[in-house]
Design a protein around this ligand. Structure first.
Ligand code: FAD
Length: 186
C-alpha cells in the first residue's frame, strides 16, 4: 500500500498486475468467499418423474419482489441450460443443512438415487425435504460469458423453517445461528 501526498491510497502499487488478474481460478477463489446457500434447479418436459432433470447450483439470486423474479446462472456446458430453454420453466429447491448428499448427487458426484424424491408444484418438480420451493416460468434468458442467466417469474412458492446448507470457499458448511431470529422481520 502506498499513501500519495494527495492522501489517495494506492493499494498493491508494488505488485505485478498479472498477479491481480481475474483468471478463472482467481475468480473462483475470490467469489467463493461470498457465502451462499445451495439449491437444486429442476425442470421437466411433463409431469412425470422420468422427464425430470436436476442440477446443483449456488449462482442463484433474488431479483425483484414485485413482480416476483429470481435468476439462476447456468453454465452453457451444463445439460440443464438446454433443458430450461426447452421447457421454459424451472424449480429452485433451497437445501436444508442435512441435504449435502443431494447436493453432491446433483453435481454429478457420489450418486444417492435413493435420497431423490420429487414433489410437484404447478407442474414443476422440486426436492422433498428442502427449506424453500420456487416454481418459476422463464421470462428472459441472457447469454453471459460461459453461462446463461435465466430470469424466472415465481408462480408459486413454499417455505419452511430450518437451517440451510451453506457453501463457502468450495466446502459445505453448517450455519450457526446467533443473536435475534427476527432482526429484519423475515
Ligand atoms: P448432469 O451432470 O448430467 O446431471 C447432474 C446430476 O444430477 C447427475 O449426477 C444425475 O445423476 C443427477 N440427476 C439429474 N436428473 C436426475 C433425476 N431426474 N433423478 C435423479 N438424479 C438426477 N453449475 C452451474 O452452471 N451453475 C451453478 O450455479 C453451479 N453451482 C454449483 C454449486 C455447487 C455447490 C456445486 C457442487 C456445483 C455447482 N455447479 C453449478 C456445477 C453443476 O452442478 C454440475 O456441473 C452439474 O453436473 C451440471 O449438471 P448437468 O445439467 O450438466 O447434468
Amino acid at each position: 500500500m502506498v499513501r500519495m501526498a494527495s492522501g489517495v491510497i494506492t493499494v498493491d502499487a508494488d505488485v505485478d498486475p498479472a498477479d491481480l488478474a481475474a483468471t478463472p481460478l482467481r475468480m473462483r477463489k475470490a467469489l467463493g468467499r461470498f457465502a451462499s446457500g445451495v439449491t437444486i434447479v429442476t425442470t421437466a418436459e411433463s409431469e412425470s418423474e422420468d422427464n425430470v432433470h436436476g442440477m446443483t447450483a449456488n449462482a442463484f439470486t433474488s431479483v425483484s419482489l414485485d413482480p416476483p423474479l429470481v435468476l439462476v446462472s447456468i453454465s452453457t456446458r451444463a445439460r440443464m441450460d438446454t433443458k430450461i430453454a426447452e421447457t421454459g420453466r424451472y424449480g429452485v429447491s433451497i437445501l436444508a443443512g442435512d441435504q449435502e448428499p443431494l447436493s453432491l448427487h446433483f453435481a454429478g458426484g457420489t450418486q444417492q438415487p435413493d435420497l431423490v424424491r420429487f414433489v410437484w408444484r404447478t407442474g414443476v418438480p422440486l426436492l422433498e425435504g428442502a427449506l424453500v420451493h420456487l416454481a418459476c416460468t422463464v421470462i428472459d434468458s441472457h447469454p453471459a460469458g460461459d453461462h446463461t442467466l435465466h430470469v424466472g417469474r415465481v408462480d408459486q412458492l413454499w417455505y419452511d423453517d430450518g437451517r440451510p446448507l451453506v457453501f463457502y470457499t468450495g466446502s459445505f458448511r453448517a450455519l450457526e445461528l446467533q443473536g435475534r431470529d427476527d432482526g429484519w422481520g423475515f
